[in-house]
Design a protein around this ligand. Structure first.
Ligand code: PEP
Ligand code: MG
Length: 578
């Protein structure tokens, strides 16, 4: 048997080893035949019955989700699929095609799926375009019904681990992973933001999507290895490779288990310094992994994600609901909501009538600059955040501040939002704290203006590095120059931490540096006590905190702080972690 590798996008880390189980791809196997005139009515009925069956099937799956521990997104995806199925373009138009063309229901439905998907391809909006996959998945489900195949996935073979190989899987398919213990899955289609990928991540199942030809190249029963972390699938591995991966799988499992035990342990260094570890989140759903990994609060809620991948802008009510959900869900733990950071790589399409972002967007009208230029939009968001502050411990964080004038203007906007809520008798926390992000070198160099006016600070190292080194963080061609350990970056981070400590203003780091376990000791040594990071890094960073003696590393950290040769810094950091 030939051994080969397929590359795709690993949507969920970890390693799975098992035998391939192929999932059929109904649209490729559809028959086409002509009906006699008297058969048409019965064929239309057969189609309607299949649609009704799939409706009940989706409803059944939806009802099975009331258990509580299921990720909320499942229900939302099933609702989307039920809605698509109820739409006349899918539920009614094929009946007309059956009547007009006197063709079988499967063929009529296939024609209509084709027509709908080509309409989707013309859409400019990336989010809506991606929903094409949902239409195809729903259509496929009805097709399988018509072809006499149940919607359920095949049960995994009992005797060994099974890996599903499919052209595409719908979120409804992936839900069945809860009933059957598949070891992992591989699909031809899908992307990092596809619904199926999102669900897979929340289930923690190793998976690789977007392999293009896996379904065609892999045969039933072949031995497979999925290495989600390295985005690769190995087909028919030889004995040595298999043994190596079994070992890695075991190590991965053990490490994960060990880390999980740290969830409720306070993050404290060997010499008794208490450290606080918070989560960065992008959507309300992210509080689930944050809590599961022991987050002590939300250190950064990137609120702009509520504005992306959707038609139109979210209004006050919608934003309030999202913020309230997080405030409530975090059960009294602090929740830091960052106001809109649109612009640069997070540009919003379709902001008709609003101030446009210019060329060189990273230096342009981004984040708080954009909000101050669009006071109505800013007021809407500030009111939504303030209203949520009544339901938990909410703080407001302002991105990309550069000067005292911007801080003053922003604080005036907050005061205005408070006043309007007060006049309307809408409750909010009058003492809500307002903090600023330190992302521009100017903010560190003239940090006094920040310390005097703001309640807390948070260093956004992703941008601080970009602006310090003049390296566009989203430009591949200069990514080798993007260096968190550049002496200038180390000195700026150290200066900000030191100044805030002297002024007794709380300061966190919420950029990627906070979640990089190689940098935990350095940041601790520089005096950092509040870290905010992607939930998946929390336990590893906690493990490093627990193993660090801050007093003992102080001399080495001091040498790093003074060094001005990048290679020397890298060497000293390696020593620090040894
Ligand atoms: C940062 O710049 O470090 C940060 C946390 O903000 P974002 O990555 O959203 O720009
Ligand atoms: Mg930033």
């Amino acid at each position: 048997m030939v051994s080969f590798a397929l590359h795709g996008i690993g949507v969920s880390g970890g390693i799975a080893i098992g035998r391939a189980q192929l999932v059929s791809h109904a649209t490729l196997e559809v028959a086409h035949y002509t009906l006699a005139a008297h058969q048409v009515a019965a064929e239309i009925e057969r189609f309607a019955a299949a649609v009704a069956d799939v409706h009940s099937e989706l409803e059944g799956l939806r009802a099975s989700l009331t258990g509580g521990e299921n990720p909320g997104e499942f229900a939302a995806f099933l609702d989307v699929h039920s809605m698509i199925l109820g739409d006349p373009t899918l539920a009614e138009v094929p009946k007309q095609i059956i009547a007009d063309k006197r063709c079988n229901a499967e063929w009529a439905l296939t024609l209509q799926i084709g027509a709908l998907t080509s309409q989707f391809e013309q859409i400019d909006d990336a989010y809506l375009r991606e929903r094409k996959a949902d239409v195809v998945q729903v259509g496929e489900r009805v097709l399988k019904r018509l072809m006499g195949r149940p919607g359920a996935l095949p049960a995994p073979r009992a005797e060994e681990q099974t890996i599903l190989v499919a052209h595409d899987l719908s979120p409804a398919d992936v839900i069945q992973f809860k009933q059957h213990r598949y070891a992992g899955f591989i699909t031809d289609l899908g992307g990092i933001t596809s619904h199926t990928a999102i669900v897979a991540r929340s289930l923690n199942v190793p998976a690789v999507v977007a392999t293009h030809h896996a379904r065609q190249l892999i045969r039933e029963g072949e031995m497979l290895i999925i290495d989600g972390g390295h985005h690769v699938v190995i087909v028919n591995p030889d004995r040595a490779v298999l043994a190596e991966y079994r070992l890695r799988q075991e190590e991965f499992g053990l490490a994960r288990q060990k880390l999980r035990r740290l969830k409720s342990k306070p993050a404290q260094t060997i010499d008794g310094i208490r450290v606080h570890l918070y989560a960065n989140i992008e959507l309300p759903e992210d509080i689930e992994p944050a809590l599961a990994n022991g987050a002590e609060g939300v250190g950064l809620f990137r609120s702009e994600f509520l504005f992306l991948n959707r038609p139109g802008l979210p209004g006050e009510e919608e934003q309030f609901e999202a913020f309230r959900k997080v405030a409530h869900g975090m059960q009294g733990r602090p929740v830091t909501i960052r106001t809109l950071d649109l612009g640069a790589d997070k540009e919003l399409a379709g902001l008709e009538g609003l101030t446009r972002v210019a060329p060189n967007p990273a230096l342009g009208l981004r984040a708080v600059r954009f909000c101050l230029a669009e006071p109505k939009l800013f007021q809407t968001q500030l009111r939504a955040i303030l209203r949520a502050s009544h339901y938990g411990s909410v703080r407001i964080l302002i991105p990309m501040l550069a000067s005292a004038a911007e801080i003053e203007q922003t604080l005036a906007m907050v005061a205005r939002a408070k006043q309007s809520l007060g006049e309307q008798g809408i409750p909010f926390d009058p003492n809500v704290q307002v903090g600023g992000m330190i992302e521009i070198p100017a903010a560190v160099i003239a940090i006094g203006a920040f310390l005097r006016r703001l309640d807390f600070l948070s260093i956004g190292t992703n941008d601080l590095i970009q602006y310090t080194l003049a390296v566009d963080r989203s430009d591949q061609s200069v990514s080798h120059l993007y260096d968190p350990l550049h002496p200038a970056v180390v000195k700026l981070v150290a200066a900000a931490i030191g100044a805030a400590a002297r002024a007794r203003v709380p300061l966190a780091v919420c950029g990627e540096m906070a979640g990089d376990v190689q940098l935990t000791r350095l940041l601790l040594g520089l005096g950092l006590r509040d870290f905010s990071m992607h939930p998946s890094h929390l336990l590893q960073v906690k493990q490093s905190v627990l193993k660090t003696d801050v007093a003992a590393i102080a001399p080495l950290v001091e040498r790093i702080r003074r060094a001005d040769d990048p290679a020397r810094i890298a060497e000293l950091v390696a020593q620090l972690n040894a």
